[in-house]
Design a protein around this ligand. Structure first.
Ligand SMILES: Cc1cc2nc3c(=O)[nH]c(=O)nc-3n(C[C@H](O)[C@H](O)[C@H](O)COP(=O)(O)OP(=O)(O)OC[C@H]3O[C@@H](n4cnc5c(N)ncnc54)[C@H](O)[C@@H]3O)c2cc1C
Length: 458
């Protein structure tokens, strides 16, 4: 049995920086990774998808070149093998940098293999047993696959397997109209595929406000993506000509014939094959490790970080989990998950940047709510770039003077939202924002203007 001061399960977004901090504090650390260094974000999530989104944007802009007075001599064609090679190159560099960093880290033993618990302070990897007083679970998640009859016989794609495509699908059907599905849907449409999005709920991206969902639907429909919402009963079956998706929608045909089907119907944590019960660690009904506000599990000496604890589903929340745990363990702080302001982006084009509560959530919380809103057609920078789809809105509480949330769906929205996120993190009263002298022309310059145009709306 090998002894360490700490064991980390998974080299995703929290594990490697935590190993760095712990070893820097003089501890010996075993970091166990069963597959690819960098986890989902680097290999099958953020990095490859945003690389594809960038290629898709280039194709889209090239097709629109004439609108800017630029003439292309031939038509626009997309070389999918080169698109894939570009994504692979960026991903693989990032992956090998992380591996090299960990392998060169003094005090860190990198172990390849699948980790399982043997007890509250012991972990097994193959025949090897490791023991440590501190164990950190950072095992992430994977795509959920619905238990539809016959699904195992269908060659469906997930966010992982779609990245292996180096040819354009003729007709890509994306099942799931939320964050993961919509990014792939728009990118593949821009590469030239016919694309249909099938969503079970009554609207796309149902966690966002209705006006945001509607605007996103409009953006995607304008590019020729077929959107079928309210598809309560979805079934897929293999046919000689492709994969037939049968759906029960309020309107439109009941069947769609696809050459490829991407399942993007949610994620599940990688906790079902960890033997957590041997350590006595509690998981919830969906398999997420139950943690307190400091990310400790019910078993003293075991923490869970990143997607597997269900407290965030992003790289920045996984990384923030590492910061919280490291600050509390090593710096004598008492940082909490509940202190963080939720923020994220949806990387369709134009992107959606989000901070804090949606308008719906703010209203449901029972607080007084004022809203400032403006279409991107009234934002100079958007007009100059000829990218005027979308809108921005900000929600405040007029009594507490706090910003409650914001949505910026528009060009540069993923960057501009940070002004709001920072204000919310600093808990600065919103009227202070009006004193800012923002740079012209930017999308961010309209945020103080929005705060000067607040109104009550039902
Ligand atoms: C298509 C897609 C696009 C995304 N885009 C974004 C984005 O733009 N921005 C963003 O913030 N987030 C994005 N995300 C989410 C982001 O990828 C995750 O939130 C993030 O990777 C979570 O990090 P993590 O450290 O919790 O887990 P992971 O990154 O999943 O890492 C977990 C690691 O643990 C390893 N592991 C699992 N079980 C074991 C075991 N038993 N033994 C040993 N090792 C094990 C895995 O192999 C993996 O390497 C995206 C996700 C997807 C699917």
């Amino acid at each position: 049995m090998k002894r360490f001061d700490a064991i980390i399960l998974g080299a995703g977004q929290a594990g490697p920086p935590l190993a760095n901090r712990l070893t820097g504090a003089g501890m010996t650390v075993a970091l166990i990774e069963r597959h690819l260094f960098g986890g989902t974000c680097v290999n099958t999530g953020c990095t490859p998808t945003k690389t594809l989104v960038a290629s898709a944007y280039a194709a889209h802009l090239a097709r629109r070149a004439a609108e800017y007075g630029v003439t292309l001599s031939g038509g626009v064609t997309v070389d999918m093998a080169r698109v894939k090679a570009r994504a692979d190159a960026i991903t693989s560099k990032s992956r090998s940098n992380i591996e090299a960093w960990l392998r060169g880290m003094p005090g860190c033993a990198v172990i390849r293999g699948h980790a399982r618990f043997d007890g509250a302070n012991t972990v097994r990897v193959g025949d090897e047993q490791l023991i440590a007083p501190r164990i950190f679970i950072n095992v992430g998640g994977r795509a959920s696959v619905p238990d539809w009859p016959g699904i195992v016989e269908i060659p469906f794609l997930t966010n992982t397997s779609i990245l292996a495509l180096d040819r354009l699908p003729e007709h890509l059907v994306v099942v799931g109209g939320s964050y993961v599905g919509l990014e792939f849907a728009q990118a593949y449409r821009r590469f030239g595929a016919q694309v249909t999005v099938i969503e079970k709920g009554p609207r796309l991206i149902g966690r966002e406000d209705e006006d945001v969902s509607e605007a996103i639907r409009d953006i995607l429909a304008r590019e020729g993506i077929t959107i079928r919402t309210g598809a309560e009963c979805i079934r897929i079956a293999l046919q000689p000509k492709g994969i037939m998706a049968s759906l029960d929608c309020v309107e439109g045909p009941r069947e769609v014939l696809a050459s490829h089907v991407l399942l993007a119907v949610g994620r599940r944590p990688n906790t079902d094959d960890l033997d957590l019960e041997r350590a006595g660690v509690t998981v919830d009904q969906r398999g997420y490790v139950v943690v307190d506000d400091h990310l400790a599990t019910n078993v003293p000496g075991i923490w869970a970080l990143g997607d597997c604890n269900g407290r965030g589903a992003f790289t920045h929340t996984a990384y923030n989990d590492y910061e919280i745990v490291a600050a509390n363990l090593l710096d004598g702080e008492r940082r909490k998950v509940s202190d963080r302001v939720p923020g994220y982006a949806l990387y369709i084009d134009p992107p959606l940047g989000r901070a804090g509560m949606t308008e719906t959530q703010a209203r449901q919380s029972g607080q007084p709510v004022l809203v400032g809103s403006r279409p991107m057609t009234r934002v100079s920078r958007a007009l100059e770039k000829n990218e005027t789809l979308g809108f921005m809105k900000i929600i405040v509480n007029p009594d507490s003077l706090q910003i409650l949330g914001a949505s910026i769906l528009g060009t540069g929205g993923d960057e501009a939202i940070h002004g709001v996120l920072d204000m919310m993190t600093a808990r600065t009263p919103y009227p202070v924002f009006k004193w800012a002298v923002p740079i012209h022309p930017t999308v961010s310059e309209l945020i103080p203007t929005l705060l000067g145009e607040l109104r009550r709306r039902e």
